[in-house]
Design a protein around this ligand. Structure first.
Ligand code: C6P
Length: 407
């Protein structure tokens, strides 16, 4: 993996911010787009733009082929058995909402349990809260260790024969820690429960094999892996998708419509009511081609090395706290500087051209666990370099100096 070649594919990285070369360390929020993806969108709109699945005309057929071709690529990317297990959604949030709404209603009765953890992103927490209320199920949490992780022993104790669904992130967007999802899937299955894995932070960084993990549902967002915003994927085992009713009704998803009764297409199309996210899916297909050409194993190794480099440098800073365990960390590091609000840290860093995220990262329960209102987070992707991290460290030292001078 030649990093200068990779960087050259990302036009946005060539700019200056506040007179300094941009150092983009916020890919966990949204990744940048390579020319290959931008060109794929441009090509689609300049040559093939039309609605899908309905037209007999040439553009309609081309658009349909490109849209359904992207589904095949997404299936290959996560090693699904079939493209029929790939539902296009707006992103991880809408994918989880679909399962929480529809699968819960199919399998849960009053008194059943849904099990998650307090480490989850709000998008993997609120949908379950709402679903549990709707069907009278109990929402249970696997307890967290002081470092914010959970153990398989605690998962064993929390999951029971009344548990119908277990949901957790593959990689936490705050801790960067990879959860033992394969073992968790085995525990869930032992109790007859299904497992959903929130892959928003794993699909961009590591090779994912849903068959190997034996997860029932896996969700991810295109925009965090070089694709456009507004496209994501819900993977579901075919038999489970077949049990689920659609959550949206209208054009495209139907088989037969009468005045008082209608029937739908098979999965995945029954979940894609209305004109689908055609350009987004084509952009996602181009992003998958781009990432696969570099190689997901190469990307994982690069991101792991950079993360270790950043952690090692940050650990040397007096008064800096890193959240989460040292090991199993991938793609990001979350921290706080003594006495300086993370929003102030991020603002001063921005003056040096360094973009990091500050806030609760859509994980308020986890923030409360750490008794922190907010944190700063630097996240890395295939276009970042050690030099980017050196620039972060330089800007961080300037930040410390600035606030020391204020005292
Ligand atoms: N996390 C972050 O800066 P959407 O917004 O639907 O594409 O993804 C939601 C989501 C779900 N799960 C995890 C683990 C995530 O990290 C995210 C998005 C961004 O951390 C934006 S809050």
């Amino acid at each position: 993996m030649n990093i200068s070649d990779v960087r050259a594919q990302f036009p946005i990285l060539k700019q200056k911010v506040h007179g300094q070369p941009l150092v983009y360390l916020d890919s966990a929020a949204s990744a940048q787009k390579p020319v290959q993806v931008i060109e794929a969108l441009k090509h689609y709109y300049e040559n093939d733009n039309a609605n899908v699945h309905r037209g007999v005309h040439t553009l309609g057929a081309r658009a349909t082929d490109a849209y359904e071709g992207a589904r095949v690529k997404a299936a290959r990317f996560i090693h699904a058995k079939s493209e029929r297990e790939i539902v296009f959604t707006r992103g991880t949030t809408s994918a989880i909402n679909l399962v929480a709404y529809s699968y819960t209603r199919a399998v849960c009765q009053e008194g059943d349990e849904i099990v998650i953890s307090a480490m989850e992103h709000h998008s993997n927490l609120l949908p379950w809260q709402q679903a549990a209320k709707a069907v009278g199920a109990q929402l249970k949490y696997i307890p967290l260790q002081p470092d914010g992780t959970f153990t398989l022993e605690d998962a064993e104790r929390t999951i029971t024969s009344r548990t119908k669904i277990v949901a957790t992130s593959h990689i936490s967007n705050v801790l960067g820690v990879a959860n033992p999802v394969k073992q968790l899937a085995a525990i869930a299955h032992k109790h007859g429960a299904a497992i959903l894995i929130d892959g928003a932070q794993s699909a961009p960084h590591i090779k994912v094999d849903v068959q190997e993990l034996d997860c029932d549902f896996y969700t991810f967002s295109g925009h965090k892996m070089c694709a456009p915003t507004g496209i994501g994927v819900l993977y579901g085992k075919k038999a489970l998708l077949d049990r689920m009713e659609p959550a949206e009704f209208g054009g495209e998803m139907i088989d037969h419509v009468d005045l008082h009764h209608s029937s739908w297409k098979e999965a995945p199309w029954k979940f894609e009511g209305g004109t689908p996210i055609i350009a987004g899916a084509i952009g996602l297909g181009a992003a998958i081609d781009f990432l696969e050409e570099i190689g997901m194993d190469n990307i994982a190794e690069h991101d792991r090395k950079l993360t270790a480099y950043a952690v090692e440098r940050l650990n040397r800073v007096d008064g800096l706290t890193i959240y989460g365990p040292e090991d199993r960390r991938m793609g990001l590091v979350t921290f706080n500087l003594n006495d300086v609000h993370p929003h102030d840290v991020a603002t001063v860093l921005d003056n040096y051209g360094v973009a990091v995220r500050a806030g609760h990262h859509c994980c308020q329960p986890l923030m409360r666990h750490f008794q922190a209102a907010a944190t700063a987070r630097a996240s890395f992707y295939l276009y970042n370099t050690e030099e980017d991290i050196d620039r972060l460290m330089f800007a961080l030292h300037k930040t410390i100096q600035y606030f020391d001078d204020q005292e």
